[in-house]
Design a protein around this ligand. Structure first.
Ligand SMILES: [Zn+2]
Length: 52
């Protein structure tokens, strides 16, 4: 249910401060880096599509 809740919240314009996340180390990112500034990983995804 978490994903749907988050999607609904985003649809209402309640944007998140860190919309992207590194899938390698889990760092929350404010912009979609080509590589993670924390671990150098390249798997950066939009957090709203990531199920916590
Ligand atoms: Zn990382």
């Amino acid at each position: 249910m978490g994903v749907l809740d988050r999607a609904a919240r985003l649809a209402r314009g309640d944007s998140e401060p860190h919309p992207y996340r590194c899938m390698s180390c889990g760092a929350d990112l404010s912009v979609q880096y080509h590589s993670c500034p924390e671990c150098g990983g390249y798997d950066i995804r939009a957090a709203k599509w990531v199920d916590e």
